[in-house]
Design a protein around this ligand. Structure first.
Ligand SMILES: [Zn+2]
Length: 372
């Protein structure tokens, strides 16, 4: 449905396979949706054929959603942007792109590519059905038709729904990009978010009067607009900042041979929660507070740090932009990124420190943003 930069595959997702080199995941809640549909068909029809028919239809519909996301992903690839994965959720699909194009013209094309795929599918179905003489006389009769007629109608719906001019819909991105042709990116995002929220209010009112389902969409749009505007504020505050601005250079460390009791002592003495584990001046792991507690529960305070530390630590050079590291921090269970200068450990960075920097930058610029 929407093409989000940031966060990679969500937890609780199963890998289905890959398309054009992009892994496709299905979220556990989607399986619950399938179960629910199977059960409701079974209840109303009491036949296995009806259940298979119902599930087949939903799977065909979600195949269209995957193709929609693939449209975004392949267009982004043309502009050199990788897509980490496509995940299917009960509310639609999400293509996690590394970033959105900086050029508004490219962003417009990437955003439009998804709905364009649904228009294309609807067009192909329309041609096929009209060759078969199976096209109903009116468009409203489509939904009462067979599977292909319903798929045609739903693909048109998907295209229109995603073109609503509000975040997190594709139409919201098109609107922002069109505005960004005339003004700077932050201003364009603010305006697009405001338009999206006005739209959400209107939708909510219509929903109150006519259809409660619209209220749900209005809420979704309202939250989407706020999230997009918020992340754009953060981006603009962090713009130009490198790791050097937020790196922590004073911190306690552990050795892999230390006992967990050493980590307890350090935890109680100070405010640090996650401890880099060093060997010969090189970072070999991190013991987070969760790792420590797990170790204490399983083996007690005499267990070694080495058996509970995490060894997969992201690294970044000190001159790299903070924005890039933020994404890695959000995805990594280790809570820190090892900051190096010329390959040597120069410090660590964690999310709390970046948030502190953000609050300071916001205060300096006189912006009252809540960045939490
Ligand atoms: Zn989309």
């Amino acid at each position: 449905m929407n093409n989000q930069p940031a966060s990679s595959s969500l937890k609780w997702s199963l890998r289905l396979g890959s398309l054009a080199g992009i892994p496709v995941y299905i979220h556990a809640t989607f399986l619950i949706l399938l179960l629910w549909i199977a059960l409701s068909y079974w209840r109303s029809e009491q036949s296995l054929a009806a259940v298979i028919h119902g599930l087949g239809f939903i799977l065909a519909l979600f195949a269209c959603v995957v193709l929609h996301e693939l449209g975004h992903a392949l267009t982004a690839r043309r502009f050199g942007i990788r897509t980490r994965d496509i995940t299917l959720l009960p509310i639609g699909g999400v293509a996690s792109m590394e970033k959105m194009p900086d050029d508004p013209r490219q962003e417009i094309l990437v955003a439009l590519a998804g709905p364009a795929v649904n228009v294309l599918i609807a067009g192909l179905l329309w041609v096929w059905l009209s060759l078969q003489g199976a096209l109903p006389a009116s468009s409203s009769a489509l939904l009462e038709g067979g599977v292909l007629q319903q798929l045609l109608a739903l693909n048109l719906f998907l295209a229109l729904f995603n073109l609503l001019p509000a975040f997190p819909m594709d139409g919201g991105r098109v609107l922002r990009a069109v505005l960004a042709l005339r003004m700077d990116h932050l201003k364009a995002t603010r305006s697009a978010a405001a338009i999206g929220q006005a739209f959400a209010l209107w939708l909510g009112l219509v929903g109150l009067l006519y259809n409660p389902f619209l209220l749900f969409i209005a809420l979704f749009v309202w939250i989407g607009a706020m999230a997009e505007a918020g992340s754009e504020e953060v981006k603009s505050l962090l713009h130009g900042s490198t790791l050097e601005h937020a790196v922590i250079t004073h911190f306690e460390t552990l050795s892999p041979r230390d006992a967990l009791s050493r980590a307890i002592q350090l935890t109680l003495e100070g405010v640090q929660k996650d401890f880099p584990v060093l060997e010969n001046g090189q970072i070999v792991g991190v013991l987070t507070q969760d790792d420590l507690l797990r170790g204490l529960q399983e083996q007690g305070a005499l267990a070694s740090v080495a058996s509970y530390m995490q060894t997969d630590i992201p690294r970044a050079e000190i001159h790299e932009p903070l924005e890039k590291v933020m994404k890695e921090l959000q995805d990594c269970p280790c809570h820190i990124v090892a900051v190096t200068r010329g390959g040597q450990l120069a410090g660590i960075i964690n999310m709390e420190n970046i948030l502190e920097l953000l609050r300071i930058e916001a205060a300096l610029k006189g912006i009252g943003t809540g960045t939490s």
